[in-house]
Design a binder for this molecule. Structure first.
Ligand code: UDP
Length: 197
């Protein structure tokens, strides 16, 4: 995969089409090793520079896609431009669209109970070929992590979308990547709020 280093982070240079093709191939492969996708925007890059733990989370992600015009700009400055911005919200929709062909199952984690229920209903109507294997709000304590993980494992989704704010969602996925047993996981920030509304 072609990447460009930005502050030590290897940002993928592919555009949306190649990114989705790659992830589809990974999901359809036998192996299905967990992939954490991080939609790297400038706020997250700055946070990584300030917090070593967050930097480690980003470095350990299997795929960093260029979200935010600042990242696209920084890549161009290095002489290794990325093809285009790959925004998390758009990537979620593209994966749902392609997911209809393969009958993927998705689990939606995060936002308030009202928002996540409305988002699940909307996504089901828009992409009936994708099974919403489960959903749950993102306001739970660390003590409940085991219970949330058990619920997700039971639902056995192909994709887990997590919206709990960038400070929480990326480290949470990174921490439980192996335990969750989901082949593709991605933080989606405020996407459910937009979809539900
Ligand atoms: N969120 C959540 N649990 C939390 C904090 C936030 O589920 O403990 C949800 C929130 O409801 C929203 C999404 O995460 O749907 C993004 O939140 P916010 O806009 O605060 O995140 P940021 O843009 O700061 O990353």
């Amino acid at each position: 995969m072609p990447t460009v280093p930005i502050y030590g982070l290897q940002i993928c240079r592919w555009g949306m089409e190649d990114t989705v093709k790659y992830l589809t191939h990974k999901l359809q492969s036998e192996e299905r090793k967990p992939i954490q996708v991080i939609t790297a925007n400038p706020i997250m890059v700055m946070k990584a520079l300030e917090e070593p733990d967050y930097m480690q989370v980003m470095k350990n992600a299997e795929l960093l896609v260029p979200d935010g015009t600042g990242v696209v700009w920084a890549a161009a400055k290095t002489g290794m431009p990325v093809q285009e911005r790959v925004a998390g919200f758009d990537l979620l929709h593209e994966l749902m669209r392609v997911g209809e062909d393969y009958h993927w199952k998705v689990y939606l984690l995060g936002s308030t109970p009202e928002v996540i229920q409305a988002a699940a209903e909307r996504l089901h109507l828009q992409y009936p070929g994708v099974e919403i294997a489960g959903y749950r709000d993102g306001y739970f304590k660390a003590e409940q992590d085991a219970e949330v993980i058990a619920e997700i494992r039971k639902a056995a989704p192909d994709i887990l979308f997590v919206a709990r704010g960038a400070d929480t969602q990326e480290p949470w996925i990174a921490r439980y990547k192996e335990q969750l047993g989901v082949p593709l996981m991605m933080g989606v920030g405020g996407s459910f709020d937009v979809i539900s509304g």
